[in-house]
Write a protein of this length. Sequence first.
Length: 507
Amino acid sequence: AFCGLLYELCLAICIKSMGLQLLYEEDPVFRRRLRLNRKMLYVFTFLTTIYTCMACDCQYVHKGWIAEYHGGHQIVYSFRYIEWVCCAPIVLSISGQLPHTADGSPRNALVPSSMLTGIYCIISWQGIVVTDFYWAWVLIFWAFVSYFLASYEQLYFAWWVKDQGTAGPVRAALVVYLVIMIGIYGVVYLLPIPGWVTATFENKFYCLGDVSFKVGTSVMLLATNDLANNEEMRRRAEATADDLRRLINTASVPIFGVDTKGFVNQWNMKTADLTGLPEALAMGLPLVRMLGESSQADAGAFIRNALEGKEIGTLETSIYPNGMVELENEEANGLVTKKAMLVLSASPTKDKQGGIKGVSLVGCDLTDVAAYREAEQRKVRFMAVVSHELRSPLHGIIGLMDHLCDTEKQEGRLRFMKLVKNCANRLLDLVVNIMEMASMVSSHDGSAAPTKKLARDPVELSKILDEIVMLVKSSTDKGGNPLVKKSVQLVNDVKSLPIIEADAHKC
């Protein structure tokens, strides 16, 4: 009893000193263990105190009146009955503890029978010390009736709890043992009345029985409770692991993993969708060989650093399992794999002992971005080619207009020719600008936005306005019809504007 008290006392001190009180109160599983700790502190304290008093011959002793009446001899150690009344109901109620309700309230299946146990212990004590034949047997009769009523509930609970988890059969066996042991106590309680056993035998039996009935049972209750708590924590861990596996498998980003040798041991649905390689075929394949040839060395170093627990950044690579020797048969049977561009980040995965057992990789899908980049490059190349092909005819038009302007004498026609020449120059400037922009984009490394330095030329705004008015007057639609109606007259009222500094080829 003292060892049990010391164990529970040390547990309570550790919970308090390590700051775990709040954790134990918040979690239903730990809260149940905390309540058990308080109950067992009371039980072991009471048992230690009573046994110490009895060992020191500090006892409250009576003679059994009903035994003397029937010619027997019975010594009643009242402290033992007090101990039974105070401890047996608590031990039985601990056996009936159930998981907390959803709102955190405690539940117990044996509260009525536990209270009834305390009541029939008091009645049985009264039955052997009362000095009235009628009342003595009435009290003894009601003590046994109460025992059978309490036993019915306890045995019914034992039948139910045997199927409740790993600790269920042990808890059921413990409750059945308590019921049987209390019944044997009742039989031994009756035997000294007619003198069939001696008072010494009765009390020696109680001394030996208390070791298993109270102390042993209390220790078993602690063991089964801790076993049930461990099972609950294991169940929670497994449920969390299942949720995590489900989350990884159905994630909207590619997640896969390798073991310490670099072979695939994890392949979620998104990865299978991006690469066209099902999980069943991907498992066990060397990951590095699926990656782009230019990044295989970097990928190998990337995974090694993750396995060693080093700080690593990200890796941009392509994953394309096409042409692998391991997949030749599957490809011959119609397997079509796809190329995916990914930016990978990695984290080591650990086993139960904390050792690194592999690497998990999470990717950001850049397949669409890569396709966009390729389309942009094609567009830039197309613009460069088209712009280059447009320069030759434009130079021819400009040269021809220069010659016509030099030979033309009529003022009106000369203005139109100069307008055509200016338009050709503007178009040539536009073509040159497109070529320059394409060249800057193709050589752009992503470190900064491409820029071009502007020229600083004198620009006459009044001439530009004249050209705009003339262009609008001469503009036509797709059918060749003039855009400006004959009733509309465009007039440039701007008399004079200052010459400004700007890029004349960008006007």
